[in-house]
Design a protein around this ligand. Sequence first.
Ligand code: ZN
Length: 78
Amino acid sequence: MKFIARKPVVRTEVYRKYGFTYVEHKPCYCPRCNHVLNAGPNFQPKYCSECGQKIDFSEVKWEEEKILEHAGRRLANE
Ligand SMILES: [Zn+2]
C-alpha cells in the first residue's frame, strides 16, 4: 500500500565530521525499504526515491545538526 502516506523512520546518528568533532543528526528513512531519504527542513520528498512509498513528514521535528565537541574520546572507545 505504498500510495498511502507513512511516517518516515527518524534515527539519531552520530558521524565524525573532522578530527575529533562529531556531529549528531537525525536522518529520515523510508519505513518500507529503509532507504535514506534526502529530507531536511527546507526539502522533503513526497515519495521514497527507491521504492515509491509515499512519505508524510508532517510530524517530523527538524533539528539543527548538533556538534558534540567533547564526545571524541568517548565515542572512539565504543
Ligand atoms: Zn522506500
